[in-house]
Design a protein around this ligand. Structure first.
Ligand code: AMP
Length: 569
């Protein structure tokens, strides 16, 4: 097993960027040979989006991408990363996730006056557009939208003074935590984010968990107003000291930065107690307080434990809690948080076709007494229902409706050879979903974006309780990005060809030469890893398991050992 190394890591991009910038002072660096479009007006943005949209439609009809079961739906998507600029590794992680999942990535850079109170740092906030532009270029962003306040039709005033139409999130969500000291802040955020969603109409928008209250409010806003955008929350990126990256860290001296790391140390101390069994809010908060109090220059504004989606205060953590802190160091206000989750672990197994993922996942689940989440069986069950109801395969609207209304249940099967038992709308379809009829159209159904969205949502709902082993191509990166254990299972092309030939022989299928199989697999790998959108990638925190020369039980043992080692840490 080798820990995954990431050559395009945030730090490598940033250090190379700053190094080159310092060295040459170049105005525009184009390492990838891609221009990032800088759009500063609404008219240019609209024109750009219209052009992209027609280009994308052309791609969708001319290439066979539509029928690629896992990734077809990403091919024409627009991903939005809203920022206030002065980009750092935190922003970069959002951009990289967006790059993975969308064909067009737009970063907005707008220091939004509406979200600053009159006494806050609106004027002082760092504005570094030229560097940001180079940063986006290196990260493979397609376009930056960086309007002036006038262009966004907002005055340079706080929300209370601005007289613009406001979007006001539920008061219970905006009055606690940061809302207590930052009056009007979340109305200002919600108003501008709604404007950006209307202007850009993205398929997905990416926000950092670092601003946990903001993330919860935006998810709620989108749900309450039925905005057609998926909100993707991304983990907090940190410096080596644990300090969360933030544009405001610039205001800190080297010493103050070291001191600021106490915030995360405090959160980690509470997390350790939580893992050891402490669930009580007062106790966990006191632990953060104690740790932070060691640094006398830190002035705590709040430390609270809330439910991460509703932001209601918790007395104890039942399933999930967000332990959040805000504090001042001199005139700099810093925030951070950590999610405390009381669930059984999730094991995510990703990797190329033919690496033995499903067999291994089933064995690992049986070994650890976890549930094997057979995602393939879910797509098969929907396909079976589509056939049963006589719906045409290309009637995407009817299929979307069906998928959102049906009830799928998976239960473990004692017999390791057969998969889980599968029910759809109360009918046991465990056998019925394995017919040739279902097999021949399941990938066309799985390629439909609404089917996938509904099933991924269902999988994530099951994931709340944990205790799952799931396999696929984007389980650790997309479906369960917070899985406790992530495995990237792989094998050489020749090994996978050999295994596939063995399978064909066992199933009594016509003989296929090893050379032909190797060619097919190599071609599939090439397509998988080079497609612009959603290439097959190891999650940054996955471990790679090379399975050449190993049998199923040896691979299973490796994963089980790794799981136990991870959990004991
Ligand atoms: P800002 O430019 O500060 O408004 O941040 C833009 C987006 O980047 C927001 O969704 C933030 O939550 C996110 N972000 C900021 N810092 C981090 C970080 N350290 N890790 C992950 N995301 C971050």
């Amino acid at each position: 097993m080798t820990p995954h190394s990431h050559n395009n890591s945030p730090s490598s991009i940033i250090s190379s960027l700053y190094f080159r910038y310092k060295l040459t002072g170049e105005g525009s660096i184009r390492t990838r040979g891609i221009f990032v479009r800088l759009l500063t007006t609404v008219a240019a943005l609209r024109c750009y989006l219209t052009k992209r949209c027609s280009e994308n439609k052309l791609i969708a009809v001319t290439e066979d991408l539509k029928l690629d079961e896992m990734t077809g739906w990403y091919q024409t998507a627009v991903g939005l990363v809203p920022t206030m600029g002065n980009l750092h590794q935190g922003h970069l992680s959002l951009i990289q996730r967006a790059r993975q999942e969308n064909s067009t990535v737009i970063v907005t850079i707008f220091v939004n006056p509406l979200q600053f109170a009159p006494n806050e740092d609106y004027q002082r906030y760092p504005r570094t557009l030229e560097l940001d532009q180079q940063f986006c270029e290196q990260a493979g962003v397609d376009a930056i939208f960086a309007p002036t306040p006038e262009e966004m039709a907002v005055p340079q005033k706080s929300i209370q003074e601005s007289r613009v139409t406001q979007v006001i999130p539920p008061s219970a969500m905006i009055t606690g935590l940061c809302g207590r000291s930052r009056l009007g802040h979340f109305q200002g955020v919600a108003t501008i984010v709604t404007k950006l969603f209307n202007l850009i109409q993205p398929d997905r928008a990416y926000f950092g968990q670092k601003d946990g209250q903001q993330l919860a409010i935006i998810k709620r806003l989108v749900a309450d107003l039925n905005l057609p955008v998926e909100i993707v929350g991304c983990p907090t990126m940190r410096e080596a000291s644990g300090l969360a990256f933030s544009s405001r860290n610039q205001y800190l001296t080297v010493t103050a930065k070291q001191q600021a790391a106490a915030l995360y140390r405090g959160l980690r101390r509470a997390e350790a107690a939580f893992i050891a069994g402490d669930r009580n809010s007062n106790k966990l908060i006191a632990l953060v307080q104690q740790e932070v109090a060691i640094v006398s220059t830190i002035l705590v504004e709040y430390i609270e434990l809330v439910e991460p989606t509703t932001l209601m205060s918790l007395e104890k953590v039942e399933e999930e809690g967000m332990l959040a802190i805000a504090a001042r160091l001199g005139s700099t206000r810093l925030i951070d948080n950590i999610i405390l989750r009381d669930r059984q672990p999730i094991i995510a197994i990703d990797g190329p076709a033919g690496a033995g993922k499903s067999t291994v996942a089933r064995q690992v689940a049986a070994n650890l007494n976890l549930v094997y989440l057979d995602t393939g069986a879910m797509y098969r069950a929907v396909t079976w229902l589509v056939l049963q109801k006589g719906i045409a395969i290309d009637d995407e609207c009817a299929i979307a409706q069906l998928t959102n209304q049906c009830k799928i249940e998976l239960t473990p099967n004692q017999d390791l050879q057969s998969s889980v038992r599968v029910w759809i709308d109360g009918t046991d379809v465990t056998q019925a979903i394995r017919t040739i009829e279902v097999t021949s159209i399941v990938s066309a159904i799985a390629a439909q974006s609404y089917v996938r969205q509904a099933l991924v949502k269902q999988q994530q709902n099951w994931g709340k309780r944990g205790g799952l082993v799931a396999e696929g191509r984007d389980i650790g990166t997309h479906v369960f990005p917070d899985a406790e254990v992530k495995i990237f299972l792989t094998a050489s092309v020749s090994e996978r060809a050999r295994r596939r030939q063995e399978d064909f022989n066992k199933q009594g299928q016509p003989e296929m030469s090893l050379e032909q199989l190797e060619r097919d697999i190599a071609e599939r790998d090439w397509k998988d890893s080079t497609r612009k959108v959603s290439p097959l990638q190891k999650a940054a925190d996955a471990v790679e398991v090379q399975t050449d020369g190993l049998n199923i039980s040896e691979v299973t043992t490796q994963i089980v050992n790794y799981y136990q080692q991870r959990l004991s840490q």
